[in-house]
Design a binder for this molecule. Structure first.
Ligand code: HEC
Ligand code: HEC
Ligand code: HEC
Ligand code: HEC
Ligand code: HEC
Ligand code: HEC
Length: 659
């Protein structure tokens, strides 16, 4: 075996090692720990490359199958097995990549039982699963031909598979056609997000046609690749044929794509000097125009180098196209600018490396290419650590070398990985606001709170002064809009009604600590972060406020240790008159809980208590999420106060992107 191959495999194993380490962190701590993804950029490199480009690169499988089995161009038969193997590995890689990308990967099988007929993504999922099965069956004969399976059972299995092979080929072509195009259809719902030079109402046709050209060129590149590393024969004349075929398809693709832009009258956008225009020209040039022209020149086509250059351009260019559509030319609020983290690159590369290793394994042990069957690693010439040489047979040396690469890769990756999990992103909490609200009382369920304007509109009237009963039966009054992070969830709170229920002067049951001289300090003054606790006590502030040295005695007793436990309780000065609700050690210092926990600690605790103590006096469901979290409320608010893209609050913000 060539030295090149050994080096290649060593490199690939090292990448798989890095992947192994990243995998542990990814699944131990979640997406936030290793990716730059956010609620504003949920689809990143793993979708853009692993899925979008991975599927397209696998197109060679169905294209070659069609060329040979349907159109009967027998001279391309030597490429079919390799193309199908690549397609199989490509799709398997897509599936593996999805496991990394899905928030709840263990639910990946759900589309099988929860059918969503109207969802393009459902079609994509089903096609991937079905086509992966078809590819496995298409490739199975190659495995069954191995001497290992020379048994009566496997022989009849093999015969059976060969008999239905034409059905499999047809199924494969149908599924691929559906699926290559539906990856494009996914973007039909993004006319306002995707740049017009890429968006098109016929984007799915473009995806399909470009996949055909890309598939042909991938086969070329792969044949050159295995020729270089495995030293088998390269069929120059056939490669030229594939190149010419690709040129024809690229011509069609260009006509469609440019024609579509021209028909919409926006072809000029490509030359308007914007970076998108330049990117578009570059992409079209590299992925289609130049390789097409090259392949039309007979003297270039007939040279292996010529085909190789064109194939490289098409493959690189089309991957760029998929990345442009799914990431680069896709508009998102500035707060969510995205560049993949190194871990995302590592996963992508690691999966590709793993697939390549499996490809090489199959090529070496099975009859994938005519002339490299049974190619087994001979003894290595280099790398013989003398310490272990005598312990192991020479035939173990290569596996040893690859294991070392694997472990080395994993170890190096560990040095740079966030072993303590995702870095927390601060999410400052803000004060509540008073809004004109509407309360609809119901007999045996908690009253429903809404926005007055929305309620009035629903009842056919105009917005009226607060505290008026609308014809629809809603009482209009001022409500508190609680939305600490101005985003994902909000709650309307009838402060007045709650105050009244607890009686005069019961402010302290909820406002368990106040700032000096204040009566109802906003909880967000102290519970300052939406999710994380805030350490509050500032010794310097208190010294200054309490008269410096003269004030020490306010908190410390002479002769006792100056600690938290011995100091005067916060509530002595920060007035918390008999807090009913909070049984936390309100007398001792502790960091103030996150805003969400403070709210739930107050509201949910009391609602649960109320229900537990006197179930008959309170409506059913008082302690359930829906009493405070009404999904309609957000819609109402968004409808009443439309915002422009990029403004805070316009997009659901759960976590800010990791910096
Ligand atoms: C008695 C009222 C009440 C009940 C019941 C309640 N919550 Fe909340 N919840 C709140 C309030 C108030 C907030 C703070 C809202 C804000 O600041 O955005 C909140 C915040 C949240 C947040 C954070 C929202 C964000 O913007 O990040 C989540 C998530 C949440 N609640 C989930 C739940 C779930 C799940 C349940 C049911 C198990 C539930 N809540 C029950 C009152 C309630
Ligand atoms: C049932 C619990 C409860 C009771 C009782 C209560 N409050 Fe509140 N109050 C709240 C909550 C919850 C908020 C809003 C959350 C926040 O401030 O972040 C609030 C907000 C306020 C605000 C507005 C703060 C701001 O930043 O705009 C004032 C003022 C206030 N309360 C005063 C009082 C007074 C005075 C009393 C006694 C008469 C009282 N509250 C009784 C729970 C209560
Ligand atoms: C408002 C109450 C208050 C006042 C006034 C106050 N302290 Fe403290 N002091 C505390 C608390 C509470 C702690 C514990 C803080 C902690 O553990 O983080 C503390 C801790 C200390 C410590 C130990 C610090 C350490 O890092 O271990 C010293 C020393 C101290 N105080 C001295 C003083 C002196 C001197 C004054 C007057 C100039 C003073 N304090 C005024 C509340 C107070
Ligand atoms: C002896 C009375 C006293 C005690 C005990 C006390 N404080 Fe204060 N605290 C004050 C005074 C007075 C101020 C006013 C400072 C100002 O002018 O804003 C204050 C201000 C504050 C502030 C607002 C200033 C800031 O840092 O943002 C917070 C928060 C606070 N205290 C928390 C606490 C906590 C937590 C404890 C218990 C560990 C505590 N205080 C104990 C008297 C006290
Ligand atoms: C002056 C500062 C301050 C204000 C204002 C304040 N809190 Fe707190 N809160 C704290 C501190 C400090 C703690 C932690 C110590 C303790 O448990 O008492 C705390 C604890 C709590 C807890 C217990 C959390 C747990 O982990 O069990 C709840 C619930 C709570 N606050 C709710 C509220 C609500 C609701 C409001 C507004 C109505 C509010 N707080 C206003 C300082 C404040
Ligand atoms: C001290 C106990 C207590 C606290 C604290 C409390 N609630 Fe309530 N809440 C009640 C009771 C009691 C009812 C009335 C149920 C009934 O109709 O009998 C109620 C009713 C409601 C309703 C139904 C509409 C209405 O006003 O009748 C909503 C919504 C609600 N609460 C939200 C909240 C939110 C949000 C918080 C926290 C900010 C909160 N509650 C805190 C006791 C509490």
């Amino acid at each position: 075996m060539s030295k090149r191959l050994t080096y290649l495999k060593t490199g690939l194993w090292a990448l798989v090692g890095v992947l192994a380490s990243v995998t542990v962190i990814r699944f131990a701590y979640g997406l936030g720990a290793v990716t730059n993804l956010s609620d504003g950029t949920p689809w990143g490199l793993w979708i853009g490359f692993d899925v979008m480009s991975g599927v397209a690169l696998a197109a060679g499988g169905f294209v070659l199958a069609a060329v040979v089995y349907i159109f009967g161009l027998e001279r391309y038969r030597p490429f079919v097995r390799a193309a199908i193997l690549t397609a199989f590995l490509g799709y398997a890689a897509v599936a593996v990549g999805l496991f990394y990308d899905l928030g709840l990967p263990w639910r990946i099988w759900h589309p099988l039982v929860n059918w969503q007929y109207h969802s393009v993504l459902f079609e994509v999922a089903m096609c991937v699963m079905l086509y992966l099965t078809v590819l496995a069956l298409e490739f199975a004969p190659v495995i069954l031909e191995h001497p290992l399976f020379d048994r009566p059972f496997f022989r009849s299995l093999l015969r059976g598979l060969k008999r239905i092979s034409i059905l499999l080929v047809i199924a494969g072509i149908v599924l691929s056609t559906l699926h290559q195009s539906s990856l494009g259809s996914l973007f039909l719902i993004t006319p306002d997000r995707l740049h017009p030079l890429w968006y098109s109402s016929s984007i799915y046709v473009q995806f399909f046609i470009s996949a055909v050209a890309l598939g042909l060129m991938t086969v070329v590149l792969e044949s050159l690749f295995s020729g270089y590393f495995l030293g088998h024969k390269v069929h120059g004349r056939e490669l030229a044929g594939l190149g010419l075929g690709a040129a024809a398809v690229l011509g069609l693709y260009l006509a469609l794509r440019l024609g579509d832009l021209a028909a919409r009258g926006i072809l000029g956008m490509a030359f308007d000097g914007s970076w998108q225009g330049a990117l578009f020209l570059f992409e079209i040039g590299v992925s289609a125009v130049i390789p097409m022209v090259l392949m039309l020149i007979p003297s270039v086509r007939s040279r292996i180098g010529g085909v190789g250059v064109a194939a490289t351009m098409v493959v690189g260019g089309m991957i760029l196209h998929r990345l442009n559509v799914s990431i680069i030319a896709f508009a998102r609020p500035e707060a969510f600018s995205y560049f993949p983290s190194w871990e995302e690159f590592a996963v992508t590369l690691g999966i590709v490396a793993g697939a390549m290793l499996i490809f090489l394994f199959f090529v070496e042990h099975l009859k994938v290419f005519d002339d490299v069957q049974g190619h087994v690693d001979p003894e290595p010439r280099r790398f013989e650590p003398s310490t272990v040489r005598d312990l192991m047979a020479p035939s173990r040396a290569l596996p040893r070398r690859y294991s070392l690469a694997l472990v080395g890769g994993a170890a190096v990756a560990l040095l740079f990985l966030p072993l303590d999990g995702a870095e927390y992103q601060p999410a400052p909490a803000g004060a509540p606001r008073w809004v004109e609200g509407a309360v609809v009382s119901r007999a045996d369920a908690p009253a429903v709170l809404g926005f007055a304007a929305a309620a009035a509109a629903g009842a056919g009237g105009a917005v009226a002064e607060p505290r008026r009963v609308t014809p629809g039966g809603a009482e209009e009054k001022l409500l508190l809009l609680i939305d600490g992070n101005r985003a994902a969830e909000l709650a309307l709170f009838d402060h007045e009604a709650h105050e009244a229920r607890l009686g005069e002067g019961a402010c302290g049951s909820c406002h368990h600590l106040n700032l000096p001289l204040d009566e109802g300090s906003s909880c967000s003054e102290c519970h300052r972060d939406m999710y994380a606790p805030t350490p509050l006590f500032d010794h310097g502030v208190h010294e200054a406020a309490l008269g410096g040295d003269a004030g020490c005695a306010e908190c410390h007793v002479e002769g006792e240790p100056k600690t938290m436990a011995s100091a005067t309780a916060c509530s002595e000065c920060h007035e918390a008159s008999g807090s009913e609700v909070i049984e936390a050690p309100a007398d001792r210092w502790a960091p103030a809980a996150g805003y969400m926990d403070a709210m739930h600690g107050l509201c949910v605790t009391c609602h649960e208590q109320a229900v537990a103590e006197s179930p008959n006096e309170h409506p059913e469901g008082l302690a359930e999420c829906s009493t405070c979290h009404d999904p309609d409320l957000r819609e109402q608010r968004d409808r009443l106060a439309p915002r422009k893209q990029g403004e805070p609050g316009a997009v659901a913000v759960g976590r800010a992107p990791r910096k």
